[in-house]
Structures are given as C-alpha cells and as structure tokens.
Design a binder for this molecule. Structure first.
Ligand code: PXG
Length: 444
C-alpha cells in the first residue's frame, strides 16, 4: 500500500498540534480518556473511496466503513451537492406543527417503496439510538391505545447492541454498559443470543438455533403474554461480533411471534441499506417486521439521520385512535439529511450497488475470506454480503481461547492498524464491514 500519497496530508508537526488540543478539550465516545490521552488519538484528515488518510500521510484501508455506515464509500460528490443545494433552499424547518417539506415527504415515500410490503410509514430521528428510544415509546403507545396498558415489556438479547441512550442501551444486552448509569430501565428483559460458535458448540447449529429461539417462547410464558409488548433483534448482530444465527433461528422466531400477540422489531441499523445484498436484513431472512429502526447506511453516514419504518398494522392503530404521540426531535426529518439520503438511495439504485453485493463482490469477499479457514489460529470464518468475522482461538477443536478474552483480538487489531487496515475486534472476534463499493482488487 502506498503510504506516501496525499496531496492534502498535513505536515508531521500538525499531528502533535491536533493531538494536544484533542487531549485538552475533547471527550471521546466509548473511550478510556486516561489511556487515550497517554497514547494520543489518530487524526483522520480526508478520505476517498474505501481509503482514509491520517495527519501523518498514511493511507488506511477502512475495513469498517467509518462505523458500519459509509456504504457508498467516501468522496461521493452527489451527496455533498445534495446537502449544499438543500441548505441553500431550505436549511431547516420542523415537522411538528402541521408542517412538512419536500425532502422528508419524498424520502418517506422512497423508504416505503424499498421496505417489505407491509411497511409504508416512517418516523424520523437523527440516530439509531433515538430510533430505538422511539421504538420503546411507540410499542407501548400501540398497546396502550388498544386498552392493554400492561403490555410494556420488551424482550431483547444478551450482547445485542441497540444504541447508547438510556433506552437504546437498556434494549441492548451489553453488561458493561448496564453497569454504568443504572441500566436497564424497567420492563426490558434479555434472553440468550444465537451465538453458536461461542455458546452452543455442544449442539449442532440447527439444534442450537432452535434452542436460542425457544428462549423467547419460555420468556413470554414466564412473564405472561399479557405483559409482553415486543421482541427486538438485529438480523445479524453487528457490534456483538457479527453473530450470524443458525438457519433454524429466524423461522422459529417467526413462528413464536405469530403464535403470541407481540410485535416483532428488527433493528436494521447495520444490516439495512445493502450490507447483506438486500435493501434490508429482513428481506434476506424473509421477515415481515412490525417496526424496523434504521440509521447509518440511509445517508452512508454523510449526515446524521435515523428513523423507524412502521408497518400498516402499527400505523393504523396510531392513526385511527387519534390523539397526539408525544414524541419527536427538533431535527426529525432534517431537510439536508433527507436530501443526502435521497442522493444516497439514487446512487445505491442507479449504480446497482446492492445487486453487485448480492451477485459479485459479496460472494467474492466470502470466497476469499474462507481461505483463512485452514489457518491454525482461526476457529471459524463466517460472513454474509460485505460483512465478515474470524474467530481467533488457541485450540480449534475445543474453541478454547488464548488467556483473557479480548487480549488476542486487541493485539491483532493493533497489528492491523499498524499496517494501515482498520478492523474491529470484539473480544477475540475480528470483524470487517467495509464500504459496499469495495472492488475485487481491493478485496484481494
Ligand atoms: N442499533 C444497532 C444495530 C447499531 O449497530 C445503533 C442501533 C445505534 O445507532 P447510533 O446512530 O445511535 O450510534 C447501532 C450503532 C461498534 C459500534 O463499536 C457500533 C455502533 C455504534 C458505535 C460503535 O461496533 N452501532
């Protein structure tokens, strides 16, 4: 890789300048400030395609598409132009007091067209966390409007990630997050995750998938159907370690949701907008969710935008019963974010990027990825579309890890960084989720 390029790279002394100011004034998300300050942050100055450049002029392959979001890659001028044009025409107006505007209306229509057939409405937010907070309030209102105010419990899964607000982090199943700030909030329950390699290897994947799904049925029965409002899950867990459920899992979850009167919420924040070779992960798994929170890939991260795609079943209750849904954000449906999302959808559609993931680059990435399977330190190789993971182990037959979980993953991640590849480590699971526009050469 060419480390010397960059017409726009800053002189070396600028790195220290930025790091000193960063240390003095900036508190980073999900970071240990003491450790970060000792090391100094890596300063990213610009990007193009699937590559980033840092303030030392290093060219870095962005194997994480920013934070699982830059689906169309960096440097897409049509997205920048859409924002510029919209900021000049109407930079802001709200959607609260009987008002609307063309970009938000047009985007709602486009998303309804792309979503599964039973989904035709959108509630906009600025992030995936806010989308999931909206889910909590919307499902509880849905049941309340139908005289079932006790149906408040939302069942999620251990090691799920649904965001970092009080609601989002409560829905999530990250124990280390729950330990800070008194989470989860009341009436959120967690069941087993469908992580066969990590937790189920004494069973076949099929058997384990059924067992993990039936934990939902057991939880509904334990709580009482009259208390359970919804089940929420990512199609494939992203931040939890690219956990791909066994084939038996989703059909059994579908059966259970149909048998009991609860809503199915499918969190599309990572799987949505092409990552699995379909517009939504729900289409990959043939699900018909009642609600689909989304964010990230809707704008390819160029501006913040999220929302909840709402099924006819839920929209009808919210609409026909009347009365205000007392929820929303100043920037719900921000005009510039919506205009960028429209340009992003134009690009994904116009350039056939999702078909390419399904038929070309996705299968090619997975084929190349499989070549790691024989490596003595790699216990499992898995992936779908442009999303993939490797399990680092000491002993392949028993899945035994090296020492403390996470130490080997962090070591491997640091070696990747030093070699100008951004990869994520979750425990000892190595993850990639690069831009969807990655080419065969770049995959090689
Ligand atoms: N749902 C899912 C499935 C997510 O992955 C959110 C909700 C929250 O979205 P916002 O926009 O509020 O961040 C996410 C976000 C990581 C990492 O380290 C993953 C996310 C965010 C930050 C870090 O893998 N996912």
């Amino acid at each position: 890789m060419d480390n010397t390029h960059s017409s726009q790279a800053m002189p070396a002394h600028d790195t220290e300048y930025w790091q000193a100011l960063d240390r003095s004034h900036h508190l980073h998300p999900f970071s240990d400030p003491k450790a970060l300050n000792a090391e100094g942050s890596r300063v990213i100055t610009h990007a193009e395609g699937i590559y980033l450049w840092d303030s030392n002029g290093n060219q870095i392959l962005d194997g994480m598409a920013g934070l699982w979001c830059v689906n169309v890659g960096y440097g897409q001028h049509t997205l920048a132009e859409a924002a510029y044009h919209q900021l000049q025409t109407l930079p802001f107006y709200n959607c609260f007091f009987k008002t609307s505007h063309p970009p938000v209306i047009e985007l709602a229509r486009r998303l309804a067209e792309l979503a599964p057939a039973n989904i035709n409405h959108v509630f906009f937010t600025n992030s995936g966390s806010e989308a999931n907070d909206t889910v909590i309030r919307m499902v509880r209102r849905y049941w309340d409007l139908q005289g079932q105010a006790d149906k408040t419990v939302i069942i999620s899964r251990h090691n799920a990630y649904h965001g970092s607000t009080m609601g989002g982090a409560s829905l999530g199943g990250m124990a280390f997050m729950h330990r800070q700030g008194g989470l989860p909030i009341p009436d959120i329950e967690h069941i087993q995750q469908p992580y066969w390699y990590g937790e189920g290897a004494s069973l076949s994947p099929e058997e384990f998938g059924l067992q993990a799904a039936r934990a939902l049925e057991a939880k509904i029965q334990a709580l009482g159907e009259h208390r359970v409002a919804a089940f929420i899950a990512e199609p494939i867990q992203g931040a939890g370690g690219v956990i791909i459920p066994p084939e038996s899992y989703w059909p059994e979850i579908k059966r259970i949701c149909a048998r009991y009167d609860i809503l199915l919420v499918v969190d599309e924040v990572i799987c949505g907008f092409g990552r699995l070779g379909h517009w939504f992960g729900s289409q990959y798994y043939q699900l018909e969710p009642d609600l689909m929170p989304f964010a990230k890939g809707v704008t390819s991260g160029y501006l913040p935008l999220g929302g909840v795609l709402v099924s006819d079943k839920v929209a009808q209750v919210l609409t026909e019963h009347g009365g205000e849904f007392a929820h929303g954000f100043t920037y719900s449906g921000h005009p510039a974010a919506c205009a960028v999302a429209l340009a992003n959808l134009d690009l994904l559609q116009g350039q056939g990027i999702i078909e390419q993931v399904a038929n070309e680059t996705g299968p090619y990435l997975q084929q190349r990825w499989q070549s790691f399977a024989d490596h003595p330190l790699i216990g499992e190789v898995r992936g779908v579309g442009i999303l993939a993971a490797l399990e680092l182990v000491k002993d392949k037959p028993t899945h035994a890890r090296f020492g403390k979980l996470g130490d080997t993953g962090t070591l491997c991640r640091d070696i990747c960084f030093k070699n100008n590849l951004v990869m994520r480590a979750v425990g000892d699971t190595m993850i990639i989720s690069p831009p969807l526009v990655i080419t065969r050469d770049e995959i090689d």
